[in-house]
Design a protein around this ligand. Structure first.
Ligand SMILES: [Zn+2]
Length: 131
């Protein structure tokens, strides 16, 4: 079972005003990582099988998907955690916001408020030192 962890994150705007939000990270155990890796391998090899029927393009697509399958599945297997999203309140416009994070996002991170477009600086809160 993937384990969802919420960690506090400090959201600061350019005026130095700070709010505290929650950053959600999903952790995968050994079984989840294997399952996700096999799903990706199956998906790419299925694409390879489907693209056999596309004339001319199959000379590129079929070997491409056959090679991409193990590569993507290896990269997926190496992933122990992925970032999901950051939720909190914008320090500039006080709107509730949810920002989608990239898989490998780390703090500190610069982003923009989806409501007012203010630049935001996401950092670990000062009292959160165990990461
Ligand atoms: Zn805002």
């Amino acid at each position: 079972m993937p384990n969802i962890e919420n960690t506090p994150a400090s959201i600061k705007n350019n005026d130095g005003k700070t709010t505290v939000g929650q950053m959600q990270t999903t952790w995968f155990d050994q079984g989840d990582r294997l399952k996700r890796a096999l799903q990706r391998l199956g998906f790419f090899w299925l694409l390879a099988a489907i693209t056999i029927f596309i004339p001319i393009a199959h000379f590129v697509l079929v070997p491409g998907f056959l090679i991409a399958g193990p590569v993507v599945s290896y990269i997926t297997y190496q992933m122990c955690w992925v970032r999901d999203h950051l939720s909190g309140t914008c320090p500039t416009c006080d709107e509730k916001m949810m920002i989608k994070l990239e898989n490998k996002d780390t703090l500190p991170k610069w982003t923009y408020c989806p409501a007012c477009n203010a630049p935001l600086h996401i950092t670990q809160p000062d009292n959160h030192l165990d990461n």
